[in-house]
Write a protein that binds this ligand. Structure first.
Ligand code: FAD
Ligand code: ZN
Length: 471
């Protein structure tokens, strides 16, 4: 049976694009090296019609499909299970930019396009495609949409969902839904596009998308500010919204310990101000007039923040190189954390106004539960989204820490998130890692509706079964 299916897949996509021998770890092992599966085969179709034919063939053979883009997902959703009975459907070869519609401010692209390529293509055409995250050199727009990725520009432009105006999707029945019209207004019933965005490959396979473009700003300035507490960081956010309006395109917070790890592991990066303050904030101001205008706006914002005591010290990047250096420090935190050793990651969200109290009370709970625990707290404060990560005590064995404390840490953090009406995943999604947690923290009514949707759209369980919701 498996051999019959392999032969059919070879007929559909060609021998070179059906891989089932040799080292397939690039597709079978996830980015965090936490989930290693075994695929029946990796198939790399070149068109949406091929994707549809693959879905029909797999469904007929009783074989399920794991869609995969850049395999940079962080929740074990993009790799196969270890049964050897799943096909990885890689979108890598579906990577054409089909069309830029300058008047409609849209770009229609295939799912396997690398995010950074899309940013570059848009810029060449004189536009901004604002989705931006540290994995942009290898993640794909299909994966970004399937996970509703966030990143560093959400405070102004929203997440992947907000940037999407249309999708082309291969359904679990192997039909092709053409939804690429690029309309900004369309109230003809249920929003199918939004159903597939964030569905992590469990409802259908995204083969193309129409995304929003924006005018390129005339100037982008970056500032780095020391703030005396998380409460002051939230106050600074309020001032920044008021003074910069739509110009505020980035607002990231970084805790002292998180920055100390960058200073320790990447000493060539000069981290400003981290020794003198519990938190630093990275702000970005995008301006459509001029660099002088942007600088004047930034200076008056920071003056007021200094006067009000929200900021104790600040630097504004003199040029683009300095701005990149500051962003690079922020983006290096996860890597510095990995250098320091194994850790427990969370990507939670809480209403911005409640973040200071959440951090204060949860820090205290963790410190009481685990003596010497180290908190790597950083993230997209502008969106109420923290990467509230937990590192083993300095002298401890990180492996033993994970074994002994991961469950307890998750319980403390997720129970706190629930008390503050937050979400256990603001960005990375559910995948396989958080299926249990979702069952504990999502309301039964919501879970019931999610299961009904899954059953209606994928009754045979062809699409990434066991991920997001269990039936
Ligand atoms: P994959 O990892 O291949 O897949 C992810 C999920 O989407 C899987 O469930 C898969 O089955 C599904 N999928 C993939 N392609 C399709 C498709 N065409 N149709 C249907 N389903 C599909 N995320 C954020 O939100 N914000 C961040 O700032 C951020 N930073 C990151 C930084 C690093 C260094 C890394 C490694 C990851 C980061 N992520 C971040 C995680 C984020 O989910 C991914 O980077 C990205 O969105 C996934 O794209 P991908 O192409 O790699 O998808
Ligand atoms: Zn993030």
């Amino acid at each position: 049976m498996s051999q019959d299916l392999l032969n059919t897949l070879i007929v559909i996509s060609g021998k070179a694009n059906v891989l089932f021998e040799g080292d397939l770890s690039a597709w079978e092992l996830d980015w965090r090296k936490r989930s290693r599966g075994k695929a029946l085969a990796v198939v790399r179709p070149g068109t949406a019609s091929e994707v549809a034919a693959i879905v029909i063939a797999c469904a007929a053979a009783g074989i399920s499909i794991v869609a995969q883009g850049g395999n940079t997902g962080l929740v074990g959703g993009s790799t196969p299970d270890d049964s050897g009975r799943q096909v990885v459907l890689s979108l890598q070869r579906l990577n054409a930019v089909r069309h830029i519609d300058a008047a409609n401010l849209t770009m229609t692209v295939e799912a396997g396009c690398i995010l950074q390529t899309l940013q570059e293509v848009a810029e060449k055409a004189g536009f901004l495609f604002p989705l931006s995250l540290a994995a942009e050199g290898s993640c794909t727009i299909g994966g970004n949409l399937a996970t509703n990725a966030g990143g560093t520009q959400v405070v102004r432009y929203g997440n992947a969902r907000d940037l999407c105006l249309g999708l082309e999707v291969v359904t679990a029945q192997g039909e092709i839904w053409e939804g690429l019209n690029g309309l900004r207004k369309d109230n003809t019933g249920y929003d199918l596009r939004d159903l597939f965005v964030g569905s992590e490959g469990t409802l259908g396979i995204i083969t193309a998308a129409t995304v929003k473009l924006y005018p390129l700003p005339a100037a982008q300035l970056t500032a780095w500010a020391a703030v005396p507490s998380m409460t002051h960081a939230v106050a600074l956010l309020g001032l920044a919204h008021k003074h910069l309006g739509a110009g505020l395109t980035g607002f990231e917070v970084m805790g002292q310990f998180a920055l100390s790890l960058v200073a320790k592991h990447f000493p060539q990066q000069r981290v400003p101000l981290w020794q003198v303050t519990p938190f630093c904030v990275l702000l970005e101001n995008s301006d459509h007039e001029s660099e002088n205008h942007a600088r004047a706006q930034f200076e008056s914002l920071l003056e007021m923040a200094l006067e009000q005591g929200c900021v104790t010290d600040a630097v504004v990047a003199e040029n683009l190189t300095q701005a990149h250096q500051l962003w690079h420090i922020r983006e290096s935190i996860p890597l510095a954390q990995a250098e320091e050793g194994l850790n427990i990651k969370h990507d939670i969200s809480i209403a911005v106004s409640r973040i200071p109290e959440f951090v204060e009370t949860t820090d205290a709970l963790l410190a009481t539960a685990i003596s010497g625990v180290r908190l790597v707290n950083f993230g997209h404060l502008g969106d109420g989204n923290l990467h509230y990560n937990v590192q083993a005590p300095e002298s401890g064995d990180a492996k033993a820490f994970l074994r002994d404390y991961e469950d307890a840490v998750n319980t403390i953090v997720y129970d706190a998130v629930a008390r503050f009406d937050g979400s256990i995943s603001a960005e990375h999604g559910v995948g396989s890692l958080k299926v249990d947690k979702l069952e504990q923290h999502k309301s039964p009514v919501a879970l019931g509706m999610m299961r009904a949707i899954k059953q209606a759209l994928d009754p045979r369980g062809v699409m990434n079964p066991g991920r997001v919701v269990r039936i």
